[in-house]
Design a binder for this molecule. Structure first.
Ligand SMILES: [Zn+2]
Length: 183
């Protein structure tokens, strides 16, 4: 079931250009025991068998290198699914802004504040900061890196990833029109 779900959502992420090559990862919680996560190096649209990671202790070598972030989020929250992607506009906007305040209607409704968090990929710093950010909002952007979205299901996390990218695209386009307003 996990493998099929990962592939279904992975294909959507790639079709919407929310992630490229073998970047990004996703996971689904299995109770308090641990979670299934994408294999390291696997493409999201052909993820193969997900790898099980326990809530404590070492993770298998085949687990995505970003398993620390997923574990920290599950330990600090009740979320059941997490998606990490590298959407172009979200990454660009996060380099400049400390938080993203969407101006489009869906963004205002579903993710009115998108925190920007810090930390190098694969570090405990990133894990702590993303986990803390996701207690304030269901989607955050790791600065210059990518989004982490969490929800009850992978579909929820997918929608939030897509919404966040849409909001960042709209914000970027608004900037292009700033000096062109004619009264
Ligand atoms: Zn990444």
């Amino acid at each position: 079931m996990y493998a099929r779900e990962f592939e279904r959502i992975g294909k959507r992420l790639i079709a919407e250009h929310l992630v490229g090559v073998n970047f990004g990862n996703m996971s689904m919680r299995k109770g308090d025991e641990g979670f299934f996560i994408k294999r390291t190096g696997a493409y999201l649209d052909t993820p193969g068998e997900p790898v099980f990671v326990h809530m404590e202790g070492d993770a298998p070598e085949e687990a995505s290198s970003e398993y620390r972030v997923h574990r920290a989020v599950y330990q600090k929250s009740h979320y059941n699914a997490i998606i990490h992607a590298h959407p172009l506009y979200a990454v660009a906007v996060s380099v400049i802004l400390e938080e993203v305040i969407p101006k489009d209607s869906e963004g205002e409704m579903f993710c009115p504040v998108i925190p920007v968090v810090y930390g190098r990929p694969g570090t405990d710093d990133l894990a702590d900061n993303v986990a803390r950010g996701l207690t304030r909002a269901p989607v955050v952007i790791a600065r210059g890196h990518g989004t982490f979205a969490a929800g009850k299901t992978l579909d929820d996390a997918f929608v939030l990833t897509s919404l966040a990218e849409h909001s960042c695209q709209v914000l970027s386009l608004i900037e292009g029109f700033r000096n062109k307003k004619v009264n």
